[in-house]
Design a protein around this ligand. Sequence first.
Ligand code: SER
Length: 337
Amino acid sequence: MRKSVVLITGASGEIGHALVENLSISGECDIVTVDLQDLPKDIEAKVSRHIKGSITDKILLDDLASRFEIDVIYHLAALLSTRAEIIPGTAHRVNVEGTLLLLELAAEQSQFRGKPVKFIFPSSIAAYGMPDLATKAQFKRVREWEWNYPTTMYGANKLYCERLGIYFSNHYKQLSEEKPITLDFRCLRYPGLISAFTMPSGGTSDYGPEMLHAAAKGEPYACFVRPDTTINFMAMPDAVKAAINLAHAPADSLTQRVYNITAFSLSAAEFREKVLEYFPGAEISYKVHQNRQGIVDTWPMDTDDNHARRDWGWSPDYDLDRCFGEYLVPNIKQRYQ
Ligand code: SER
């Protein structure tokens, strides 16, 4: 008998790290992880098995499928938006082709066990593309189907994989006589995420977390976007809570497969003010990187998460004040003490 597990790809990354932590506390499932890197030491003991390798390695995935019966896949492995612009071909191979392999694995397992594999997929505000700043200012809270014109490799990859997930859930083998048991794809469009414990790498919303971590370490920081640059953000515990709650939501309560979720929206200047409130001596200046600025300018100021609220009871625990006052600052101070 194969063992029934939850599979997490990209487990050594920011969301993965926090998700392993959280899932292991509830102890409800055995966790198997895949990542190019070793798992961070503090979560090593919390998983049943870690496989070091690439999600683009079909033999690795086949081996995994032969050993484990997979109930839920949290497919987090991806190259983020800045990194993806530097190596777009590799980004496509990992973000799209890797996702396709995992969807195929989930599709096969769903049929084999006669029960849908749940496939939880993080998408992003990068799936949007506001054509100019005037439009961004006019349409402040965008809904899932609006302005889906990403201008980055990462955003295009995410938007396309949303469609692939919907295809595998709703239309897979649509010409066959008998409808197969299909996987159950559920996707969250995250805003910029901020963790007190880990640093993002390769993203374009990174100026927020970088500003804060630099201040906590007593290092100067030059923010790479203009002060008026506004997008939405979320504390990492809310991001993890959302992924777990969406995975647990009864299938018949879900009216769509892709959900926006948001916590708070603020400008880089307001972010800086908030950091200075807790670290008054912080040296935070601006040195605008025009090309990265251009990317953030296409992302919306905020997203409308009413459907997530209505269908599966989404609501963030951390608004801006609680995020800094109760989560980020106390934990970050302890971390760098
Ligand atoms: N945080 C991501 C990035 O900056 C967006 O989802 O690439």
